[in-house]
Design a protein around this ligand. Structure first.
Ligand code: HEC
Length: 239
């Protein structure tokens, strides 16, 4: 061991002697600066404007919401399959919807059980497919997005704190008017702060633990008290 160490040391010294120690140190410093610069440039190139790191809402000068380009890099909440508010509805095809939320808002929800200002939730609709590749049964999601709807919390901007936007092909969207049924259904049936947390399996237990479920949801879905639940204590024959 001793000998190897010594040999290495000698080699360094001999090259240092040859070039002079100061230029060698300068070259090393320059190398570090250059390398750091290259890494930083690489990071900037990888994450251009509008990255998931800064994923709050952005608007045009005429109050339209800009399409959240990077929503697919956000936190995934759920996929609904053929969900419908209308029991009589009969679609000629199956549908998936996928819900995503910006990472900053997700982090706050995990800590507090509710959404901070500048939350953005995205609902992406995709047609279901059954025939393709090796698939013999069941459904998978089509490559084409059929529509994207966004639910934004921006307390200073919207009188009701939240607003809905619907995107088709365009990269900007006007706010859905507050008279639309989106607002009333979400306000009357959604579990937390007008969002459908009852269908987001990783978030519902957090809201339950933090006590942030909306009064409307609790009334609609709360546990039945023993006196109103008439099957509870009766013998089987009377049920
Ligand atoms: C009758 C009730 C109802 C109406 C009307 C309704 N929604 Fe929803 N919305 C839901 C349900 C239920 C979910 C949960 C979907 C899931 O679990 O995949 C949801 C989820 C969403 C989400 C995901 C974020 C969140 O708030 O939970 C967005 C965005 C959304 N809806 C937009 C809209 C827009 C835009 C309209 C109006 C054009 C609308 N909704 C109308 C019931 C409704």
């Amino acid at each position: 061991m001793q000998r190897i160490g010594h040999a290495v040391q000698r080699k360094v010294w001999s090259s240092a002697k040859y070039q002079g120690i100061l230029p060698l140190m300068l070259i090393n410093k320059m190398k570090i600066v250059l390398l750091t610069g290259m890494v930083l440039c690489g990071l900037v190139a990888l994450y251009p404007k509008g990255t998931p790191a800064g994923s709050g809402p952005e608007y045009t000068s005429d109050d339209q919401l800009k399409f959240p380009e990077h929503y697919r890099e956000w936190v995934y909440l759920t996929s609904g399959f053929d969900m419908s508010y209308n029991p009589a509805m009969n679609m000629d095809h199956h549908m998936f919807d996928n819900v995503f939320v910006n990472p900053e808002a997700y982090k706050t929800f995990v800590e507090t059980g509710t959404w901070p200002d500048k939350t953005m939730l995205v609902l992406e609709a995709r047609k279901a497919q059954s025939k393709g590749s090796i698939n013999k049964a069941g459904n998978y999601q089509d490559g084409d997005v059929m529509g994207v709807e966004v639910h934004v919390k921006d307390e200073a901007r919207f009188a009701g704190k939240w607003a809905f936007f619907g995107f088709d092909e365009a990269k900007t969207a006007k706010m859905v008017p507050t008279t639309a049924s989106c607002y009333s259904c979400h306000a009357e049936h959604a579990a937390v702060d007008t969002t459908f947390v009852q269908f987001y399996p990783t978030l519902l237990p957090i809201a339950q633990a933090k006590g942030t479920l909306s009064p409307a949801y609790q009334k609609e879905n709360g546990p039945k008290s023993p006196t109103t639940d008439d099957t509870a204590e009766k013998p089987k024959s009377q049920r």
